[in-house]
Design a protein around this ligand. Structure first.
Ligand SMILES: C[S@@+](CC[C@H](N)C(=O)[O-])C[C@H]1O[C@@H](n2cnc3c(N)ncnc32)[C@H](O)[C@@H]1O
Length: 421
């Protein structure tokens, strides 16, 4: 993160001869993302997980606290980056006449950790600039100003002890979304997991009951089938609401949600998505599974079957003659059936892109497709399913329920379905 050194040096110079326009730009929460993109490659940003919360999302995240921030609060961002969320939190606090008095008061409220020293330096510089921007009188040297923010420091968020956080009343975070190895002990998942889940989990374990938490988290934690146990753990530890936000920003193709509430062991389930209202769903009328054939793994041996995979399944078409075959030793499936492409994004016009396979013989289907087979074995039921998948209500359901770039069997099973369509 050393290229940030130059940006920090420029901020130091501005402290010596402040200029109103520059001061404003330096604490513009949308601006820092473009600065980082000029200083680092996208790979470096991904590796550090350094994607900073823009103004609109930062306002929403900080305003989601159930208890307001006051001078008696201690607000911690355990992965503070260049300080966007702490700057937004400071905007809930008043200022004194001078810079030193303001920072002394802010310094006991605002706490931030990051593993990169240049981010910590940037956070402090930007908070100092934010105070100047709010009209306080510059009455101290920069180094003195730095000393008035003692709780913003280089610290690995994962190795901090419980006793250090006893006074924390509010935690705000947008942790990195990189993939880390699971710490395993008491964990909801082995192997590789999203870092945001690991950091969020850690803070649920070490913060005091009653602490306010507001976090920007990747949608995979809300809707991914691998994270069911994470959701159960969070539900048992917090009274909270989960709110879909959508794409993080226009340059970062990942969807996020906001999880906010109070730390409290409880039995009330968090509503991760809108509850199913007493309607029937696809699972009541169809068997749903992923295609059994794994192209790179399954040998081309055994019986020759009609073969289907995403590229030879045009959207909404009915396939009634064989276009391609392949030998396969595994489970062939008997049509009529509908296949849905697993790759799917909220930016697609249609989330569940499907094809109706109406052949008389068993077929081999690749695992990038989800197979939906009517329990009554009827062609008309498949047609009704296609109409259901084409309608806007299904798109809306899927966009609320899963904002990942793929669909899962569980989500397809839950799509509302009526025999009347
Ligand atoms: C997604 S950025 C968020 C920054 C800031 N909270 C915001 O919303 O603008 C995540 C930050 O976490 C930091 N980070 C990564 N691993 C960390 C760890 N183990 N402890 C503390 N910070 C860490 C990265 O350096 C990066 O600055």
């Amino acid at each position: 993160m050393s290229p940030l050194f130059t940006h920090n040096a420029a901020m130091r110079d501005i402290f010596l001869s402040p200029n109103e326009k520059q001061l404003r730009q330096l604490v513009d929460l949308d601006n820092i993302d473009s600065i980082l993109r000029k200083l680092f490659t996208i790979e470096e940003m991904r590796e550090a997980g350094s994607f900073f919360t823009g103004q609109k999302l930062a306002s929403k995240t900080v305003s989601a606290f159930r208890t307001p921030i006051t001078f008696s609060s201690v607000v911690l961002d355990p992965t503070c980056g260049a300080g966007n969320l702490l700057i937004e939190a400071s905007r809930k606090l008043g200022v004194e006449a001078t810079l030193s008095a303001t920072l002394r008061a802010w310094g006991s409220v605002l706490w931030g950790f990051d593993i990169h020293i240049h981010f910590i330096e940037a956070t402090k510089l930007r908070l100092i600039i934010e105070a100047l921007n709010r009209g306080v009188k510059q009455d101290c040297e920069l180094e003195d100003a730095f000393r008035l923010l003692p709780n913003i420091k280089v610290q690995d968020a994962l190795v901090v002890g419980k006793e250090k956080l006893e006074t924390v009343t509010h935690v705000v975070m947008n942790p990195p979304f990189t993939i880390w190895t699971s710490p395993k002990e008491n964990y909801w998942k082995d192997g590789k997991v999203n870092a945001a889940g690991i950091i969020f989990d850690k803070y649920l374990r070490i913060l005091q009951e009653g602490c306010n938490i507001s976090a920007v988290l990747p949608d995979v934690l809300r809707s991914g089938s691998r994270y069911q146990a994470f959701r159960e753990f969070v539900s048992g530890s917090m009274i909270a609401t989960a709110e879909v936000w959508g794409r993080f920003n226009n340059k970062t193709d990942v969807d996020v949600f906001l999880l906010s509430g109070l730390l409290e062991s409880n039995i009330a389930e968090i509503q991760w998505y809108k509850p199913k209202i007493n309607t029937s769903s696809i699972a009541d009328f169809f068997d749903v599974r992923t295609g059994p054939l794994v192209a790179y793994r399954d040998p081309k041996e055994g019986t020759e079957y009609p073969y289907f995979y995403p590229k030879n399944c045009p959207q909404w078409e009915v396939i009634s003659s064989v276009t391609e075959t392949r030998k396969f030793l595994g489970k062939a499936l008997k049509p009529p059936l509908v296949v849905i492409k697993r790759t799917s994004s909220p930016s697609d016009k249609v989330r569940a892109s499907a094809t109706f396979i109406n052949l008389r013989e068993p077929v081999a289907i690749e695992n990038h497709m989800i197979v939906v087979k009517p329990k009554d074995g009827k062609i008309n039921t498949c047609k009704r399913l296609i109409r259901t998948l084409q309608c806007q209500q299904t798109n809306d359901f899927l966009n609320e329920r899963i904002r990942l770039r793929h669909l899962t069997v569980g989500v397809i099973k839950d799509i509302p379905y009526s025999e009347e369509r």
